[in-house]
Design a protein around this ligand. Structure first.
Ligand SMILES: Nc1ncnc2c1ncn2[C@@H]1O[C@H](COP(=O)(O)OP(=O)(O)OP(=O)(O)O)[C@@H](O)[C@H]1O
Ligand SMILES: [Mg+2]
Length: 478
């Protein structure tokens, strides 16, 4: 079964153009990498690609947004309907017998029927209400108590081999509070751990049910544990606070991935938006990404397990899983070729695992980067679909030639791309030709949802109102 996704125009230099550029939806099951220098149109490409997947397939998308470029994606960018290129695309879709979504009514009715989830400190928009409960917003928070032991040890920077005693002290406290919670007590946070460590250190715990193995630690150990917990509270701003009403990002991701009926189809995790602090640090972003990726992985594994159990039943239960697209803009921030912190290393490991093994669990990566050579090679080599927008750097071109297997004849054209969105498409989504895998050129069309990026508006600085009537700007009379 073929389902065409409409990406743009092939013969964009012609006036009017006559050929629509589509790819088959089934080719999106391969990991995808979009590369191009700043301003070449990567985020627009990513947005259009996501729109087509969401509207024409049953796939679900979780998008990690490090720059706040997708914070308005649920809204429609009405000026696009006035663009000649979009009107032409709509005509060409109709002519090619493809349902047109490049026209206000058809796009709006489908887009407004989509369930969106924003996780981050988003400002709600006036037309949220028009979408009648289809938009949910939640603050981006991470709960300490649900992190894995490996993540906790990494964050605390306590290695069981090199710091056995400190590791054991932090673990004993954590296990104690977790066990109390399991037996019907309340949830706990890092603050509770640091308070507990300090209380024991200053011997204020006579009333506490102290277990015998606590005796091996003295007050120096407890103070060391306290310092580690306290340092983490200060270092990150995204811990869930006591009065938090919104579920942590882990729960939101889980609800969507388990395909609960009213849950999101498109979830944007805004990593640039300030939660409680003045700014989100890169470490906060990494921790949130780490949590999202862990959850995505665990849900995919448990989904595969349920599918196996269903298949073994008599009669077999049909597998209703759909692909989950994990979209990461500026992917080099999360999976660079050279990591700069242990936490970044951990996030990269998770993306690498997803690249290597995700496809069999229905997980598909869609990544964008300015500099493919800065992205982990283990990930680059797993991407079988490539979109190369304008690149001028000889280093990056050389890398793309080797890593993507693009013939240099094709690649020569890339530095000459003048228009945003001009793309060289290589890999699986081009389709197979007798001579091997082909390459295609086209220009991706504008996305229809509203860009949330903070690009400078030309009118604001080249044509500001206060200079508009200045004599120097009047046309010269001969
Ligand atoms: N296909 C296109 N047709 C027309 N304009 C486009 C197209 N693609 C992008 N643009 C415009 O170019 C500008 C930059 O696009 P975009 O933000 O997608 O670039 P980018 O490669 O993601 O840049 P950065 O690396 O800085 O994030 C935007 O204002 C966008 O509207
Ligand atoms: Mg961008």
């Amino acid at each position: 079964m073929t389902v065409p996704l409409v990406l743009g125009i092939e013969d964009f230099e012609n006036n009017p153009p006559t050929t629509i550029a589509t790819i088959d939806a089934s080719s999106t099951r391969h990991h995808t990498l979009i590369v191009g220098q700043s301003g070449s149109g990567k985020s627009n490409f990513l947005t259009r690609y996501v729109e087509e997947i969401v509207l024409r397939t049953g796939g679900r998308v979780i998008l990690l947004d490090p720059n706040g470029d997708y914070g308005q994606i649920s809204r429609i960018h009405d000026p696009v309907w006035e663009e000649d290129s979009i009107q032409r695309l709509s005509e060409l879709s109709t002519r090619a017998n493809i349902e047109t979504l490049d026209e206000s009514d058809s796009f709006s009715s489908k887009w407004f029927g989509t369930n969106f989830q924003y996780v981050g400190n988003w400002i709600s928009a006036p037309d949220d209400t028009a979408q009648q409960g289809r938009i949910s917003r939640a603050k981006l928070t991470v709960s300490w108590m649900y992190l894995t032991q490996a993540d906790k040890a990494l964050l605390l920077n306590v290695d069981p081999v090199t710091h056995p005693k400190l590791y054991a002290a932090t673990r004993v406290l954590d296990d104690h509070l977790y066990e109390t919670f399991r037996q019907g007590g309340s949830k706990y946070r890092l603050d509770d751990l640091s308070a507990l460590a300090r209380a024991i250190a200053s011997d204020r715990t006579k009333s506490m049910p102290v277990t015998p193995d606590w005796d091996q630690f003295d007050s120096t150990d407890w103070m060391a544990a306290y310092s580690r917990f306290d340092e983490l509270i200060r270092r990150f701003g995204i811990w869930a606070s006591e009065d938090e009403v919104a579920p942590p990002v882990r729960v939101i991701v889980e609800n969507g991935l388990e395909q609960k009926s009213s849950c999101w189809t498109l979830c944007v995790v805004g990593l640039a938006t300030p939660p409680t602090h003045d700014e989100v640090t890169h470490e906060d972003s990494l921790l949130a990404a780490d949590e999202v990726l862990s959850k995505v992985w665990r849900c995919a594994l448990s989904g595969a397990n349920s599918a196996r159990q269903g298949a073994a039943k008599d009669p077999p239960v049909p597998d209703a899983r759909v692909p989950i697209y994990v979209v990461i803009d500026e992917a080099q921030l999360f999976a660079p070729s050279a990591v700069s912190s242990p936490l970044q290393g951990r996030v990269r490991e998770k993306i690498e695992r997803l690249a290597a093994e995700g496809r069999k669990y229905g997980l598909v990566l869609v990544l964008s980067t300015q500099r493919p050579s800065k992205l982990s090679p283990a990930i680059v080599y797993e991407c079988e679909n490539h979109a190369t927008l304008r690149i001028q750097s000889p280093v990056e071109l050389d890398y793309a030639e080797r890593a993507f297997g693009i013939k240099s004849d094709f690649l020569k054209k890339v530095p000459k791309y003048r228009k945003q969105g001009q793309t060289l498409l290589t890999g699986r989504w081009c389709g197979e030709t007798p001579a091997g895998i082909d390459a295609r050129e086209f220009r991706v069309s504008l996305a229809r949802s509203r860009p949330g990026g903070a690009d400078l508006r030309t009118e604001a600085w080249l044509d500001p109102a206060e200079y508009r009537d200045h004599p120097s700007r009047r046309p010269r009379t001969p």
